[in-house]
Design a protein around this ligand. Structure first.
Ligand code: ARG
Length: 591
């Protein structure tokens, strides 16, 4: 439909120019999708702002535009006679045969009308990015799910996407971790093979407790940081063991969720940190304030009204999170080799890091590290809350482990499924039950996250996300299952064009119109990086489909209606599958 929208936009503008050539006014058709189905497909409100400057009633202006518009043969082919409504809105309705032709074109198109871009420069999506030896928490889960969906949409549009896991694998905390490791598991440091260090989160807690209580442990830990930074082989080995252990844990979650990521942690940028500070000094941005190297931010001031600094080198000479992110930006935009040559870098983190990124982006911009027309964007998201509106916790008050959370989603789905099978007196084998429970449970977790506007906080509720009704993964997956059932009952959903599509029922036209919105929705998601737009669309589509299928006979209809209706079923399932796939959610034939 986007191509139709663009064509209409051009025709309207040309008509306005012909009618009001001498207006000396900026002419804008103000074309938008109709707000209600009874207004047709599109609405053009461009007559209204011309009323004052032209000194004419807006309805007269609309009439003049319509007169020019209908004289255009290309327009007449596309739309029925326009209607003028209210003070001077022009309502446009596409010709049914045009809608059918658009639909026909989609039936043979695996991309369902979504064009591909011809871009060579990669888009980087920096997402997930948990910290070594620390818990991968629900915030990282959100980043993982949202980042993966955005990467999928960009990849589908044809962008080369670099999915980067900016893991926190460097920093002073490794001093205490390595010291602790050397003392509790010295044998690990001499073994050639991978070793299992057990639960790293508990390990971290023990190391931290010792660091807080024991002065000599503290001193050794500080010396250990220096050794590590100096490249001491034993320290590096210990660091590597800790990273490997975490990596294996993270990978389990990624495997479970079907997430592909390239790890490029903070440590990767170590060799570039000094150069970042040197370059900032060279371009005159660096100010030494109380011994620390910083850049004062423009347009940002603290509570006292003083300009806020972005610290890039601590007074002890060490670098920090911001220095690493600056080095990362510089590397990502620099042409290769020695850079990624990216065109766009997207960071998916919690909203709490917004000011960090604003500062880093500003400094990188002023230092000239973001070549135009490239861009950086922070894609923030809100907190995950429990049912009570507070930070998500287990019943005993601990932070929720991701593995437990995903397992519980699957277990609950399994229980619901067994109940449903019993109610329906259906019997299925164990393999089926396990597969459906896993697939639907994980889909529910992903979808619940993606379907809320990411900026707002989001209340995690198993009951809500697993419900078979409402804007949930099970509801959408069930629509796909329903259509697969039509095929099993003898409806030919085979690929390829249908000789002639004929529709007569309002429910059919509603579904046709809904199906044709897909490409526009994808364009919107790509632009605004809001996966919930796609979710809302898929939910709406499922509802329109269910209304159609409940009210219009398909398998029992006579030809040619039967084939046309089956074509609608097929395009619906294709659109749902493609759309859910872009959200990282695979569909099922039965559930
Ligand atoms: N490791 C960080 C955290 O857990 C997220 C890193 C995000 N990416 C970045 N380039 N700063 O909060």
């Amino acid at each position: 439909m986007l191509t139709v929208l663009h064509a209409l936009q051009g025709q309207l503008l040309a008509a306005m120019q012909r009618a009001f050539q001498e207006a000396g006014q900026p002419l804008d058709p103000q074309l938008a999708p109709a707000s209600k189905p009874e207004f047709g497909d599109f609405q053009a409100n461009g007559a209204l702002p011309l009323a004052k400057p032209l000194g004419q009633p807006p309805r007269a202006i609309a009439t003049a535009i319509v007169k020019q518009l209908t004289a255009d043969p290309a327009f007449a082919e596309l739309c029925l006679e326009p209607q003028i409504a209210g003070p001077g809105f022009i309502n446009l309705t596409l010709r049914p045969e045009r809608l059918a032709a658009e639909l026909q074109a989609r039936l043979g198109d695996p991309r369902l009308g979504v064009p591909t871009v011809e871009m060579q420069a990669p888009v980087i999506v920096d997402f997930s990015s948990p910290n070594i030896a620390k818990e991968m928490h629900v915030g990282h889960l959100r980043s993982t799910i949202i980042g993966d969906a955005l990467a999928r949409v960009l990849e589908f549009r044809g962008h080369p996407v670099l999915r980067l896991n900016h893991v926190g694998d460097w920093g002073t905390q490794f001093g205490m971790l390595i010291t602790h490791l050397k003392q509790v598991a010295p044998e690990a440091l001499t073994m050639a093979d991978a070793v299992d260090l057990g639960d790293l989160v508990a390990f971290y807690r023990q190391a931290k407790a010792r660091f807080d209580d024991d002065e000599s442990f503290q001193t050794t830990s500080r010396e250990e940081v220096v050794k590590l930074q100096g490249g001491d082989p034993v320290s590096l080995k210990a660091w590597g063991l800790l990273c490997d252990q975490s990596r294996r844990e993270f990978q389990k979650i990624y495997d479970q969720l079907g997430i592909r990521l390239t790890e490029r942690g903070e440590s990767f940028y170590n060799p570039h940190l000094q150069a970042v500070v040197d370059d900032l000094r060279a371009v005159g941005l660096l100010v030494v304030d109380a011994g620390a190297g910083c850049v004062f931010l423009e347009g940002v001031s603290g509570k006292d009204g003083q300009p806020l600094p972005l610290i890039v080198q601590k007074s002890d000479g060490g670098f920090n999170y911001a220095t690493t992110d600056l080095a990362a930006i510089r590397y990502r935009f620099a042409p290769g080799p020695g850079g990624d040559g990216a065109s766009r870098v997207i960071y998916v983190t919690d909203a709490g890091q917004a000011s960090h990124f604003a500062g880093v982006f500003q400094v990188a911009q002023r230092a000239g590290w973001i070549p135009s027309p490239c861009g950086v964007e922070h894609v923030p998201f809100g907190l995950v809350q429990g049912d009570d509106g507070k930070k998500l916790k287990t019943r005993s008050g601990d932070t929720v482990r991701l593995k437990d959370l995903l397992d519980e989603a699957v277990e609950r789905t399994e229980a619901d499924l067994r109940q449903r099978l019993a109610d329906e007196q259906r019997s299925e084998d164990e393999a089926f039950i396990q597969q459906v429970a896993t697939s639907v449970g994980l889909a529910a977790v992903k979808y619940a996250d993606l379907s809320t506007n990411r900026i707002t906080n989001y209340q995690f509720s198993f009951d809500r996300m697993l419900a078979l009704t409402g804007n949930t993964a099970p509801y959408l997956l069930y629509a796909v299952v329903r259509i697969a059932g039509i095929a099993r009952k003898g409806g030919d959903l085979g690929a390829g064009a249908v000789a002639s599509l004929t529709f007569s029922e309002a429910q059919e036209w509603a579904l046709v119109r809904e199906l044709l919105k897909f490409d526009g929705v994808i364009a919107e998601v790509e632009q605004e990086l809001l996966p919930n737009r796609l979710c809302n669309y898929l939910f709406e589509l499922s509802q329109v489909f269910n209304r159609f299928y409940d009210q219009v006979p398909v398998l029992k209809a006579e030809e040619p209606a039967r084939s046309s209706r089956l074509a609608l079923c097929r395009l619906t399932t294709d659109t749902l599958s493609l759309g859910l796939g872009l959200l990282g959610i695979p569909t099922l034939e039965r559930m």
